[in-house]
Ligand binder design. Structure first.
Ligand code: NAG
Ligand code: NAG
Ligand code: NAG
Length: 270
């Protein structure tokens, strides 16, 4: 009698937390089922997109084998394994992973596209945490264009705004949930990047697919953004189901001296 009651209790508890995640964040896969490895009905780990009753939004993607990677149809592929496992007699489970640094939600350092910056050590360990953390604007950009100078101008982002997350057609098309790389994603054209540098105070540029630069202007847009070594690019953010507006953004890259990119965990706080 008693164990059954407890199972039921845990089941009810977990269904409450899942339906919460579900209503607040309807379009993210993985939050409703227990496919991530619950062993029994009572051991259901929470997978959340929203915390604190809708106050904190996780805007990083889960790393998964099927998430897209640049210029391949194969996705990220297997990247995590378990060399020492308790099932095989180890005292603990100790997994290992191997990932390109520009995988999933990630940050670019100036050394990404400037070899002399790379040689001089402008890696992700040198990025300014003050830029990566603070008030931020989440904006929707027009869905019918890449981000050109004209589009940037039309957004009327006030001077003084230092951090902007640009939500685009990429989110509507759910590109980060498709394994195949799609080069028709929306990003900055060179003139859009130049307009931002010349006319705004934006130092944190966030976008919702693997590159802030449109595929046709891949290197030129990166060069414009990173030349001054003041702007930080955060790519492949998960901006689904969040109201546009002002938040406090918090992004923390790994401390990887020598790396021009790093996975990054970003959250928005209302
Ligand atoms: C445990 O070891 C066996 C035999 O070496 C191997 O086939 C199996 O994959 C291992 N299991 C795990 C979880 O590492
Ligand atoms: C954005 O540019 C890409 C090429 O970089 C193109 O394939 C795509 O159609 C453009 N998107 C829009 C909405 O114009
Ligand atoms: C916590 C953890 O990593 N648990 C793993 C221990 O190893 C088994 C396989 O032997 C995995 O199934 C668990 O996920």
């Amino acid at each position: 009698m008693k164990p059954t009651f407890f199972l039921l209790f845990f089941f009810l508890l977990s269904s409450i937390s899942f339906s919460h995640a579900n209503t607040a964040y309807p379009s993210i896969p993985g939050t409703t089922s227990v496919e991530y490895g619950a062993d029994t009905d009572a051991l259901i780990p929470p997978r959340r997109e929203v915390y604190g009753n809708g106050r904190i939004f996780d805007v990083s993607h889960r790393y998964s084998t099927n998430m897209p990677a640049f210029e391949t149809n194969d996705g990220v592929g297997e990247f995590l394994w378990l060399p020492n496992s308790m099932k095989n007699g180890s005292l603990a489970n100790n997994s290992e992973f191997k990932l390109p640094t520009h995988t999933g939600t990630h940050v670019d350092a100036p050394g990404h596209v400037f070899d002399h910056y790379f040689d001089a050590g402008f890696d992700v360990d040198t990025l300014d945490l003050e830029v990566l953390n603070g008030p931020a604007l989440l904006v929707d950009v027009p869905r019918d264009k890449n981000i050109t100078a004209e589009v940037m101008k039309s957004l009327h982002i006030p001077k003084g705004v230092r951090r902007v997350l640009f939500r685009t057609l990429n989110t509507d098309r759910r590109l980060m949930f498709q394994k195949e790389f799609d080069s028709s994603y929306v990003g900055f054209m060179k003139d859009g990047a130049q307009w931002l540098v010349d006319n705004t105070d934006i130092k944190l540029v966030g976008i919702d697919y693997l590159s802030v630069a449109a595929y046709d202007d891949l290197i030129p847009s990166h060069l414009v953004f990173l030349e001054g070594r003041e702007i930080i690019l955060v790519e492949a953010l998960k901006l689904d189901d969040i109201q546009p507006g002002i938040y406090s953004v918090h992004c923390l890259p790994l401390r990887l001296p020598g790396a021009e990119g790093s996975p990054i965990r970003c959250i928005l706080i209302k």
